[in-house]
Ligand binder design. Sequence first.
Ligand code: ADP
Length: 226
Amino acid sequence: MEAHQGDCSTAINVVMLGPPGAGKGTQAERLSRTRKVPKISTGDILREAVQEETGVGRAAKETMEAGNLVGDDIMIAIVQDRLGRADARCGFVLDGFPRTVVQATALDRMMSDRGPLVVLNMVVPEDVLVRRLATRRICRKCGANAAPDWKAKCGKCGGALITRVDDGIDIVRERLKVYQRQTKPLVEYYSGRPTFRQIDGNLPPDVVTGAIDAAQGASASSDGSI
Ligand code: ADP
């Protein structure tokens, strides 16, 4: 991860909201590059912890494999620690957090001395999500989502392409249920804010990126803070 410690001219605090498979990770990575702020994916942080068999990893493994949510206290501590690092001083793109109202309330507290949150809600029909997740392949080594032109190996690091443990069809259905129950209420939590934007995620990735560029630019200037 690049460190972004210059002036904060491209500063922005983004939350990517949306169900699993909506394309949050892909778009978060692009936005992180253009705005020069780190992408913080709680799913990636947890998968790394599982792989390294840390205390958090051991506590989270079974929950993740069942498609359920890891406890709020653990997640809030992880994000609080991550946002305190130097590279997040000028902002961040959060992917996978918050996922509950308790987490969103905690994030608002963490933001008290920072700029406003730009919330991008990615909307994709459920049948499309199921199809995307069931056919998704990721790199075993670096976790990148497989691009259509990659064959048997990761185009970034050469690692083997595998199906994510929690992308099996039954677990996908469970994750979508968990989303409806615990994460969708966040749409209501954020939707009254001037910096909330709906994004149609059921379009080709580059078109979605264009819509996000327009939306986050407009939302930043509507707030007058950047
Ligand atoms: P998805 O494709 O479902 O968006 P992620 O990679 O973001 O997947 O997360 C994978 C799993 O990690 C989740 O199903 C959940 O078990 C756990 N997880 C990630 N972020 C959070 C969070 N903010 N709160 C609770 N659990 C989380």
